[in-house]
Unconditional design. Structure first.
Length: 280
């Protein structure tokens, strides 16, 4: 069934594991997330990023995903990723999302607090969960492009001020990972992560999960990261499979299946590392 993200994160806190958010681009890739999560009895979050949401797709994609998720035996959250606009959040709430990320990280702190508070007020009466972002994560996620100059790691004083003023169900913190393809090996600032973990009891989220070495992920999870976001490596894997199918002269459904089989493996690896396997 569809559940709010908060429920998944509370269980992850209680039973010491990390929930993985898999970002989708289409129904075909989502089928791989759901079947692999089901086969491994893992609760998951399905993320709809700004690329998947644009061109008026929020309503139709939500309708399809809600149908798939509510027929699943697993607890699944349907999450709008990196929204910067309360009007888009309203649209997503009407479409039935159970979780929202309001990304105010491009704004000054008082404005980030203000827009996050506005979204919390919209979501809370509906039982919909909210994630906010502190610091600014570099890289490319669909149309969201943040250069190294614009990016900054989260500051402890910012975390303290933010959590004193607004309560969210999850908090994305910029601690060294990036969106998209890494040019060099990502370096998570574990010292900073440790300080942030001590400064708040809000479950913390690591974005930019693609291409982060398993050992770094494991360490971040052991320290207390409760949610991991993965996008790029799934879509690249899917496309690789589809491309191989096209080269082989397969029909479109066989191409999709090749894509899904690559995604199955990527999803399985993340479910193992996060210890969410067997928790649903
Ligand atoms: O919000 C989306 C994620 O942070 C995905 O990042 O595409 O680098 O895996 P990624
Ligand atoms: Zn992200």
């Amino acid at each position: 069934p569809l559940v709010p993200m908060k429920e998944l994160l509370s269980d992850a806190v209680a039973r010491d594991y990390t929930v993985v958010q898999f970002n989708t681009d289409c129904i075909e890739i989502t089928q791989a997330f759901l079947r692999t999560a089901e086969a491994n009895r893992a609760p998951i979050i399905i993320g709809v990023g700004q690329g998947a949401a644009k061109d008026g797709k929020i309503e139709p994609i939500a309708a399809m995903l809600r149908d798939y998720c509510s027929r699943s035996k697993l607890p699944v959250s349907l999450h709008l990723d990196h929204s910067e606009d309360p009007a888009q959040v309203m649209q997503a709430l009407r479409a039935g999302f159970t979780s929202i990320m309001i990304d105010g990280s491009a704004r000054q702190l008082p404005e980030n607090i203000a827009v996050t508070s506005e979204v919390v007020e919209m979501c809370r009466p509906l039982g919909v969960s909210v994630e906010a972002e502190l610091g600014r994560i570099p890289g490319v996620e669909d149309d969201l492009v943040v250069s190294e100059d614009q990016a900054n790691k989260v500051e402890l004083s910012v975390v303290e001020e933010f959590v004193g003023k607004v309560t969210t169900d999850a908090l994305a913190v910029a601690v060294g990972t990036a969106h998209g393809i890494y040019k060099s090996e990502p370096k998570i600032d574990f010292e900073l992560l440790d300080q942030v973990l001590k400064a708040t009891s809000t479950p913390l989220v690591l974005h930019g999960g693609s291409g982060v070495p398993d050992a770094s992920l494991r360490k971040a999870f052991d320290m207390g990261i409760k949610k991991l976001n993965v996008g790029t490596e799934l879509r690249l894997g899917f496309l690789k499979g589809v491309h191989a199918g096209v080269e082989a002269g397969d029909n479109i459904y066989a191409c999709f299946e090749r894509g899904r089989q690559i995604v199955d493996k990527l999803v399985f690896d993340k479910l193992k590392i996060s210890r969410s396997e067997g928790k649903a």
